[in-house]
Each structure stands twice: as structure tokens, then as C-alpha cells.
Design a protein around this ligand. Structure first.
Ligand SMILES: *Cc1c(COP(=O)(O)O)cnc(C)c1O
Length: 392
């Protein structure tokens, strides 16, 4: 069913990227494990050498389980086509390498995912690409940051850790006017929560590791492209040999089937918990764009169709030992990297450490919460006990 127009999201995720008639009637596309693909004739082999063979030629390129995930994601997001790679970080780095040349300048949001910044510093600069960082809230003010050689504006909205909502249409308007492409890390919202291409993005990147996988057991990345950017990114994907495995694409497709219903529940519980936290005396601020009154809410409401379970909480100043006691004693909100699984997580973070264009101002400690699919009352009880431990 590749190329099929999506219906309502809940229906689309149930039906995109599978065609039982091609697989003895099985509901799901099976895992194709294959390296060698056999040719019947010398003529076929010669056609493959010329790049004219209509079928698959090698297991690295286009096995059905991989192709079905790619076509499903592209349709869901309104992209021309998508590419699956072994991690979200691989999706980001491939998209960047595929869109810049030596001597180009890349503008990166100051709120970018840490490893993206690390890649820019360690690798893009080594390849002779200039990199600078901009205030995520700049909107059309980003015009001041553009140089004659700016070829890519990298966005991520909401930003990692601090959840700044970016004015993507305004940024895209300015970037396109100057001939630069707009790349976006759209992991937080998924295609269900933010339609990147309708808002001017050229390449939309996802850590499917998070909500698409949904069970904390698969690493996968997706790069959704518009028609102009697909050929060069497809070329690079092929040349670098970085297709995702069929097993991982199978798990991602399985996750896709329940993405809509899981995100609804994550969001509902996260909003209840965020509301409850706002009323607590230990809390200074809740940073969750989907929460009415929170910073970024107006832009979120204008552009987004959904949210998820990930947000931040600024606590009032408290001794480190008390904060450690809170975190060490949590029963349901456990500490660990990544998010998007069924389980709740909590993490103390310091967003100020890597900023260069902006600074992080908070009097007290900052926590990132991932609200999972557990009972919301149980989660609140865990947090209430945790906040009580702050008082000793
Ligand atoms: C986790 C994450 C990534 C990287 O995904 P991996 O699959 O873990 O490499 C990229 N961007 C954002 C915003 C993320 O949260």
C-alpha cells in the first residue's frame, strides 16, 4: 500500500505499510532476512549492472520489511519518501552530511539534542563545514544569523531538555528566501503531532527509538524527505551502506500500529501530572508546551496536532542530598537515558552545560520526566512521596 494517502491518524497507523496479499495473507509484513538475491539469467544480471533491473539486487537495499516501514512513515508525514537507518543519531548525521559541502555554513538551534551538537563539533568542523548556534526562539529574527554560505538551518522543536517551541514556518520562510534547507529533528511530536512538510521543513528526522518503537527495545531512525532532497539522501544512504535491519523495521512497524493510542495516553497522563506538579510548593515551573499557560504553549497550539509524555520540571532550590534522596527512592519513575517506551522515567539534567547562544536560567534543579503508560494515580503517588523526601 505504499504511496497511499493517509486517512485519520489512528486508521493510517493501522493500515499503512502492509499488504497481506504479497505475503500469503499474513497481517504483518514478515521479517525478510536476506543478503544474496538470485538472478535467473545473464540478461538480468547485466540489467542489474546497468542499474536497470526492476527487482531487488542485494539485501542491503530495499527488503520488503524495510521498504514498508519507509513508505508508511513517508505517507504518515506527507513526505515524498523516507529512509530507515540504524538509530536516530544516524538519521541526523546522514541528513547533515548529505546536505552540506566543505565551505558551507550550518546554523544549529542551541537547544539541539546533545549528540547532534557533538557531531557538528567533532565531524562537520573536521570536514571544513562552519557551524554556529542560534537562539531556538529567534523565529524570523534568525535572518541576522544567516551568512552568504549558510546552506542548512537545523531545527528541533520542542528542543531537547528545555522544550522551546520554534516558529518553524517563520524560520523556513527566511531560510528558503536565502537558499538554505530546513532540517528538523521531529522526534518529540512524531508525524502524528507535527506535520513537518506542511510547515516548510525539507527534511524531517526521527529517532524511532522513542515512541515509534515504544517498548525500549529497538534503535531505529527515519529520514523523511521532500522531492528535492530525496535523491541525494537516497544516494548517500546507498553509498554509506546504512540501511536499518529487517528485524528492527519489523519492530518499528509493530510499534506503529499502536502509536496513536499510546501517544494519546502518554499525553493525557502527562497533562494530568504536569497540572498536579504546578500546584506543588516544591515546584518552580513546569515546562511542557502542551500545558495551557506554559512557555511555548501558544506556538504549540498554533502548529501542533499532538504532544507526548516528555516534559521538564524546575524545582525550587534544594540541597543536592535531598534531591538525591528523592531520585534514589522512586519506585516507578526510574532513571535512565532515552524515552518513548511504556515506562516512566525521571532524569536530573543540566541544560546549561552545552549552551553557547543562550543561557539556562533556573534557580533550582531541573528534572526531565517521561510519563509512561502506568496508572496515572500510581505515578502521582510515586511523585508525591518523592517530593516529600525533598523535605528530609
Ligand atoms: C534520542 C534522540 C535522538 C537519537 O536517537 P537514537 O536512536 O538514540 O540515536 C535524536 N534526537 C532526539 C531529539 C532524541 O531524543
Amino acid at each position: 500500500m505504499s504511496g497511499e494517502k493517509p486517512r485519520k491518524p489512528a486508521t493510517a497507523v493501522a493500515h499503512l505499510g502492509r499488504d497481506p496479499a504479497k505475503h500469503i495473507g499474513t497481517v504483518n509484513t514478515p521479517v525478510y532476512r536476506a543478503t544474496t538475491i538470485l538472478f535467473d539469467t545473464v540478461a538480468d544480471l547485466e540489467a542489474a549492472d546497468r542499474g536497470e533491473y526492476p527487482g531487488l539486487t542485494y539485501g542491503l537495499h530495499g527488503l520488503p520489511t524495510v521498504a514498508d516501514l519507509q513508505s508508511a512513515y513517508a505517507a504518515l508525514e506527507g513526505a515524498h519518501a523516507a529512509l530507515a537507518v540504524p538509530s536516530g543519531l544516524a538519521a541526523i548525521t546522514l541528513a547533515l552530511v548529505g546536505t552540506v559541502h566543505t565551505g558551507d555554513h550550518v546554523l544549529v538551534t542551541d537547544s539541539v539534542y546533545g549528540p547532534t551538537r557533538r557531531f557538528c563539533e567533532n565531524q562537520l568542523k573536521r570536514l571544513g563545514v562552519e557551524v554556529s548556534y542560534y537562539d531556538p526562539c529567534a523565529g524570523e529574527g534568525i535572518e541576522r544569523e544567516l551568512k552568504s554560505n549558510t546552506k542548512v538551518v537545523f531545527t528541533e522543536s520542542p528542543g531537547s531538555l528545555t522544550f522551546e517551541v520554534q516558529d518553524i514556518p517563520a524560520i523556513a520562510g527566511v531560510a528558503h528566501h536565502h537558499g538554505a534547507l530546513v532540517l528538523m529533528d521531529n522526534t518529540w511530536a512524531t508525524p502524528l503531532g507535527f506535520q513537518a512538510f506542511a510547515h516548510g521543513v525539507d527534511v524531517s528526522i526521527h529517532a524511532g527509538t522513542k515512541y515509534l518503537g515504544g517498548h525500549s527495545d529497538v534503535l531505529i531512525g527515519l529520514i523523511s524527505c521532500n522531492e528535492a532532497t530525496y535523491p541525494r539522501l537516497h544516494r548517500l544512504w546507498t553509498d554509506m551502506g546504512v540501511a536499518a535491519s529487517s528485524d528492527d523495521c519489523f519492530l518499528a512497524l509493530r510499534g506503529l500500529r499502536t502509536l496513536s493510542v499510546r501517544l494519546q495516553r502518554h499525553t493525557e497522563s502527562a497533562l494530568s501530572i504536569a497540572n498536579w506538579l504546578e500546584g506543588r510548593p516544591e515546584v518552580d515551573e513546569v515546562i511542557f508546551p502542551a500545558l495551557p499557560g506554559a512557555r511555548g504553549h501558544a506556538l504549540w497550539k498554533r502548529d501542533f496536532t499532538g504532544a507526548c509524555g516528555l516534559f521538564g520540571v524546575v524545582l525550587k532550590p534544594v540541597a543536592k542530598a535531598r534531591l538525591d534522596a528523592m531520585l534514589n527512592g522512586m519506585r516507578l519513575f526510574k532513571m535512565g537515558y532515552s524515552w518513548g517506551g511504556f515506562e516512566s522515567l525521571i532524569l536530573p539534567v543540566d541544560p546549561g552545560r552545552t549552551r553557547t547562544a543562550t543561557s539556562w536560567q533556573a534557580a533550582g534543579p531541573y528534572l526531565r520526566l517521561h510519563v509512561g503508560l502506568e496508572d496515572c494515580g500510581d505515578l502521582i503517588a510515586d511523585l508525591a512521596d518523592g517530593l516529600a523526601r525533598l523535605h528530609g
